[in-house]
Design a protein around this ligand. Sequence first.
Ligand code: HEM
Length: 384
Amino acid sequence: MSDRHRAYAELTRSGPVHEVTLPHGSPAWLVTGYHEARAALVDPRFAAVETPLAHLLDPALRAATESSMLSMDGPGHARLRKLVMAAFTRRQVERLAPRIQQITDELLAPLAERGSPFDLLEEFAYPLPVAVICELLGVPEDRRGDFGKWSQITVNSLVVGVEALSAALTEFVSYLRELIALKRAEPGDDLATALIAARDGGDRLSEDELTSMMQLLLVAGHETTVNLVASAVHALLSTPGAWDLLGAEPERVPAVVEEALRFNGPVQTATERVVTEDVEIAGTTIPAGAHVRVALLAGNRDPKAWPAPEEFDVTRPPGPHLAFGHGIHLCVGAPLARLEGRIALTSLLSTFPGLRLAVPPQDVPAAPGVLMNAFATMPVVPGP
Ligand code: HEM
């Protein structure tokens, strides 16, 4: 078990809710129980808030990045969610399958040909979802490096501090405005064009809402699916016989993607919430105004919800895990992430039937951070 999982497991064992201090020193409450987490995520007293440090940004920059559905609840959230869902339908996601397969094949072919050890994270798990989300939004290839840098800073804002955040967001927003202008002038067959055109009756997205929405989609599409692929591979290669079993029965891949999401999902906690009044959970009162983080990683291994939760079980029937959140903010990109995860795993299994980790499983390093649950690298050997 990783140190991170051990820490969450210890907390879960001692109760479903805890007062903690986050790494940057601010106090927060952590909900670790599965049932309590699900209840909190549908409870309107747990209100969405802006991302940490947003209140310190210049007002124009704040409006251009915080007018997003993840920072609001109620009718404001419902309105934005409806507009994005009009542009990002399940059918459109399914239409992407051949292109995702093509990108996957293009990434795997040179690795197979080379036949030498490689970093699965850097050479496959990262470039795949980045290429997909950038293509989906119509971001040209030469700007993808910039997006990687801006996304990293955005999700690690508490670690990098407000100055670095502000500098990165200024560049990010300025580029998004350029992209929006370009798509207005030359509409394409992409999500940016669809978002610009999205309408609900007479309603449409404002400029700040467009930049905030595109920023949210790009960041969420960058930093999460990478670790779905990486953690699925890590879990499979750390469990004796699992890679071979799945290679022989690839029809199990969709269920294994769900088990990987449960076992070691890409997101540690839901984004911060604030309780609007005193809330009692299992005899503990979280005082009005307190900041709360719902620990998805802990809920997904709560023994009160899952038999043998510490076991990665390729035959476990899919259950209602919390990796994509729950309630009104349930991940918009889940169908896309699942599709990418399935294509990535199926292709890795058929290209590298002898794949193995180059180091003992516990030595594959985790990336630091309080929001994402990521690996830093993943050295693998392609096998015979
Ligand atoms: C929301 C996880 C992929 C777009 C969320 C939330 C979680 C999550 C936990 C809820 C956050 C909260 O309640 O505070 C994941 C995981 C992914 C993934 C584990 C990959 C395995 C994606 C992708 C996209 C995306 C590929 C975009 C294409 C979004 C958006 C929201 C969201 C827009 C906000 C929804 C709302 O506020 O109503 N995601 N996500 N996600 N995700 Fe994802």
